[in-house]
Write a protein that binds this ligand. Structure first.
Ligand SMILES: [Zn+2]
Length: 127
């Protein structure tokens, strides 16, 4: 918390804000695709960057009572999901600290590091 610098990710599958393309997280931190958000399908991630966390609120869900913080994009402010602060049902504890990102709020991009290509222009024809 407290960091306001925008950070950048790379990888075969990077999840980004569908509004402003701010980087949120990568497939490596994906826990599950089988979650339900306010607006439909949602994904659960172990980590997310560049999100603003709102106030703690208690919310009743299908799986019981949870204390959560709503998340918005740090850059454009759009609602993107929530973070689990506390799960009141023992079996749901694994979600604590993890992030829900709503499918409709994010896009997937492939962002490859292109280090080692510092030679300048790439020639198209051999000779
Ligand atoms: Zn955004």
């Amino acid at each position: 918390m407290g960091l306001i610098h925008k950070r950048y990710l790379s990888g075969a599958r990077v999840y980004i804000c569908s509004e402003c393309r701010t980087h949120f997280t990568t497939q490596e931190t994906l826990t599950s695709r089988n979650f339900q958000g306010v607006h439909g399908k949602a994904y659960l991630f172990k980590q997310a960057l560049n999100v603003h966390e709102g106030e703690e609120v208690d919310r009743m869900m299908q799986t019981g009572k949870h204390t959560v913080k709503d998340l918005s994009c740090m850059s454009c402010g759009v609602y993107v999901g929530w973070r689990y602060v506390r799960a009141w049902v023992e079996a749901q504890r694994y979600k604590e600290g993890q992030y829900i990102l709503e499918r409709q709020a994010i896009s997937v991009m492939s962002i490859q590091c292109s280090e080692g290509e510092g030679e300048g222009e790439v020639r198209e024809n051999g000779d």
